[in-house]
Design a protein around this ligand. Structure first.
Ligand code: PMP
Ligand code: GLN
Length: 380
């Protein structure tokens, strides 16, 4: 059989490649972003109870109403704004499905989508599949700050969507209030949809406040916010998430959602709804991960890697330019095979694979694992 690929430039993603390499060579895996410690037994009990109690058939298409209500209350509590649980929140199979479905519902042939690089890897293929055009704005290491005047110059009648991600994977940076106000200003009186990927909303450090798109009324009206329970409750394998948007936008989202997944895992939705009744389950996350970030950075402070502390996410970027001038992908592979610690090269997330000689390391690991990894990094 012959077929023309719809994604000629896409191979296996870097997370699969580096995790497989780490496993093959028995290396400490700080590459793909997932915790190596157990999640709260209470959450697992609540999910098991939901199964015992009969939550085993299809959930309603938008989600189990108790979960949608719990999410709605979380928005009110944290951001002082509301999303209607029945019409403005939809439970998804992780943030990835929400992101794909948003792009699928709105992007047509030749629509332009502005995003910032380094960018998480799932946006661009979805845009391409729908005939859209990615307009990438490359940010400069190590601060990765955005020149909003440059963004303004890229916005015109074909601009259909702007994708933002704060706290940002892979750079570990966060948007400031000034960033959000600039974005709000640029999109005012346009038909541009903002996809605000906020999967790390609860992992933000040094007392900073997460700048959710929902805090800014005009932004909120044009934004989809995507979230992931995998990140928040240490269960990336459950692939549970949600998205929120104004009713009219959500109606379009659901037209697609009902045919690419219809509804998602019901007992997990019920368990998560019960677990969310206690706000500390997500409020404690920033301090939990800040301790891990600080431990990791303390341990490697005398190494030859340079860094600026991550402001959010569970990823730390390390600059290796004092160690070698190798291409970052080659260095990441060599580090995994020879030194037995795996990270992710950032060039794969950059425009034209720009190589800033930095690797991303995931610190969502036990203290013991972080100590072992630091011992290795200190000897390089
Ligand atoms: N967006 C970003 C920025 C991510 O880092 C991830 C996963 N790490 C996702 C989306 C996807 O989340 P999920 O695993 O819930 O699909
Ligand atoms: N989001 C995770 C990361 O950034 C990986 C998810 C995946 O493997 N696709 O490491």
């Amino acid at each position: 059989m012959k077929h023309l690929t719809k994604l000629p430039n896409i191979g296996t993603n870097i997370f699969s490649i580096m995790s497989a390499l780490a496993n093959k060579h028995d290396a400490i895996n700080l590459s793909q972003g997932f915790p190596n410690f157990k999640s709260d037994p209470l959450l697992k009990d609540l999910v098991s109870k939901a199964m015992q109690n009969g939550y085993n058939q299809y959930a309603p298409m938008p989600g189990n109403l108790e979960l949608n209500k719990a999410i709605s209350r979380k928005f009110e509590r944290l951001y002082g704004t509301s999303y209607h649980p029945e019409t403005e929140i939809t439970i998804t199979a992780g943030a990835t499905q929400a992101i794909f479905t948003i792009i699928s519902a709105f992007i047509r042939q030749d629509d332009e989508v502005i995003l910032f690089k380094p960018a998480y890897d799932c946006y661009e293929p979805a845009i391409e599949l729908h005939g859209g055009k990615t307009i990438a704005i490359q940010l400069a290491a190590p601060n990765y700050s955005i020149d909003w005047n440059a963004v303004r110059e890229k916005v015109h009648s074909k601009t259909k969507m702007i994708i933002i991600n704060t706290p940002q994977n892979p750079s570990g940076t966060v948007f400031t209030e000034a960033d959000m106000l600039a974005l709000q200003d640029i999109t005012k009186n346009t038909n541009i949809i903002v996809l605000s990927d906020e999967v790390y909303e609860h992992i933000i450090f040094d007392g900073n406040k997460h700048q959710s798109a929902c805090l800014y009324p005009d932004l909120k009206a044009r934004s989809f916010i995507t979230a992931s329970f995998g990140k928040t409750f240490h269960n990336t394998g459950w692939k549970m998430g949600y998205c929120c948007a104004a009713k009219e936008l959500m109606e379009e989202f659901r037209k697609v959602h009902q045919f690419n997944v219809f509804s998602v895992n019901h007992p997990m939705q019920k368990g998560l709804a019960d677990y969310l009744q206690e706000p500390n389950h997500y409020l404690e996350l920033s301090s939990f991960y800040q301790e891990k970030r600080d431990l990791f950075l303390r341990l490697i402070k005398d190494s030859r890697f340079q860094f600026q502390a991550a402001k959010g996410t569970y990823f730390q970027v390390l600059d290796f330019s004092e160690i070698t001038q190798e291409y970052d992908v080659d260095f990441a592979k060599r580090l995994t095979i020879e030194n037995k610690v795996a990270g992710i090269p950032l060039s794969v997330f950059n425009e034209n694979n720009k190589d800033d000689k930095v690797l991303r390391f995931c610190f969502a690991k036990t203290d013991e694992t972080l100590k072992k990894a630091a011992d290795i990094l200190n000897n390089i």
